[in-house]
Design a protein around this ligand. Structure first.
Ligand SMILES: Cc1ncc(COP(=O)(O)O)c(C=O)c1O
Length: 457
């Protein structure tokens, strides 16, 4: 059959609240034109993030009841540890309450002023946790990954030549580790090839630099490798994931993505000394090493989710749903990052609104309009999120101005997606009437979460 169906039945439902366009205009104004500040109950289809928004399976909910809440050495921890080891093969598994806690613990131990951490593209929390230690987070994405309109199979690949030149320039002693983010969220959810992971590892090995995966979406990445990279078509997703991790000396993971849970994460590594330092900090900031800020029931749900996420029927449905949305938008002329990535569609705001300059945040403008038009919540990933300023206060925009619509896992059906397409096409039709925005309040770090905006007059 050509039709790919949702590989699950729906057992429990949550009603969504409908609002009128007039109501949404007021709600957005009250939220300072920042969709992060809009109450979720006022959102019809919530595509703010795919993080922690998955629908859990009956087996995961059963695991919640099974959770062993012992403070130390809980049964649930050992199940969790076994599930993580099965996929990653890494030796020391440290649970954390989410991905950024793993990042904080790791970079507190290896980051400092004068240190550099290269990545294909750092996610915002990774960058913030690195910069918080005084170290510098450096993106070394290959050139094709920066061209939204160019179709290529592995636009998340790191530029290996640049990495080697960077190591020589900054000095091995100043690079405590190198990261690869799979898939590359901030670069459009684009996958990284096995070939690239292998090549990056070879460079890291040559200079004695540990390689860490930011593994939030490892299963989606593995599925892309299976579909697109020669030699992997007959391997299982689990085998591919295991090979990806075999090149890594460690990993950070937000289980809120590819472990299909609402909370959780981990830090994993092979270096016993670093693991000890990380566990010591974990005890101060997260909890005892066998729960790390999570309840036993959460560890059960992660363990079960890690088994389910490598199911190929699930991944086929997951990747195809995102691709379907992308195809319809491209057919109607809406500029998006092509080809669609694993977890989200990214509108290319520069091409969507060519007359709104980066200083007026074109991505923010589209995000606001999607909410007003159809109650859709998306997020700007452009100058609001990643803009820097020079000493004269002039904006240095990031390479791309994007609007991300992240699809929660196992939550929305095809008719939700069809409605979404209708809303986007309506906004696109009216794009000439869209105005830019200015920031009226911003926090010193991660400003996009709480910034307040006003439309430019
Ligand atoms: C690539 C990547 N790394 C790290 C994180 C941080 O994870 P968390 O939100 O669980 O702290 C995210 C979350 O969206 C992510 O996408």
């Amino acid at each position: 059959m050509k039709t790919i169906i949702e590989p699950f039945k729906i057992k429990s439902v949550e009603p969504i609240r409908f609002t009128t366009k007039e109501e949404r205009v007021k709600i957005l104004k009250n939220a300072g034109y920042n969709t992060f500040m809009v109450p979720a109950d006022d959102v019809l289809i919530d595509l703010l993030t795919d993080s922690g928004t998955s629908a859990m399976s009956a087996k995961q909910w059963a695991g919640i009841m099974e959770g062993d809440e012992s403070y130390a050495g809980s049964k649930s921890f050992y199940r969790f540890e076994k599930a993580v080891k099965k996929i990653t093969g890494l030796e020391y598994i440290i649970p954390t309450h989410q991905g950024r806690a793993a990042e904080k613990i790791l970079f507190f131990n290896v980051g400092a002023k004068g240190k550099y951490i290269p990545n294909n593209t750092h996610f915002d929390t990774t960058r913030a946790n690195i910069e918080f230690t005084g170290a510098e987070a450096v993106d070394l994405l290959n050139e094709i990954g920066k061209k939204p309109e160019v179709r290529a199979d592995f636009k998340g690949d790191m530029d290996v030549e640049k990495l080697e030149a960077f190591i020589k320039d900054k000095g091995v002693e100043n690079i405590p580790l190198c990261m690869i983010t799979v898939t590359n969220n901030s670069g459009g959810g684009q996958p990284v090839s096995m070939k690239n992971i292998r090549e990056v590892k070879a460079v890291c090995k040559k200079y004695g630099i540990p390689l860490f995966l930011d593994a939030c979406r490892f299963a989606e990445n593995a599925y892309f490798i299976k579909k697109r990279e020669k030699g992997y078509e007959n391997k299982s997703v689990l085998e591919i994931a295991q090979e990806m991790f075999s090149y890594a000396d460690g990993a950070t993971m937000s289980a809120k993505k590819d472990a299909l849970v609402n909370i959780g994460g981990f830090l994993a590594m092979n270096d016993p000394d670093l693991a000890m330092k990380c566990r010591n900090l974990l005890i101060v900031t997260e909890g005892f090493p066998t729960y790390g800020g999570l309840a036993g029931r959460d560890l059960e749900a992660v363990a079960q989710g890690l088994e389910e996420v490598v199911d190929e029927h699930y991944l086929e449905y997951r990747i195809r749903s995102v691709e379907y949305l992308g195809e319809k938008l491209v057919a109607a002329g809406v500029p998006i990052i092509e080809p669609p990535g694993g977890h989200a569609i990214y509108i290319d705001a520069k091409r969507f609104l060519p007359d709104v300059p980066s200083e007026q945040f074109p991505g923010q403008s589209i995000t606001c309009e999607l909410y007003i038009e159809g109650g859709i919540r998306a997020v700007e990933i452009g100058s609001v999120m990643f803009g820097k300023y020079d000493k004269d206060g002039k904006l240095i925009p990031p390479p791309m101005e994007l609007v991300r619509m992240a699809i929660p896992r196992r939550v929305y059906t095809q008719s939700h997606i069809d409605y979404l397409i209708e809303v986007i096409l309506e906004v696109y039709k009216n794009r000439k009437s869209l105005k830019g925005y200015e920031i009226t309040y911003q926090a010193p770090m991660l400003r996009h979460f709480t910034a307040q905006f006003a439309p430019v007059k």
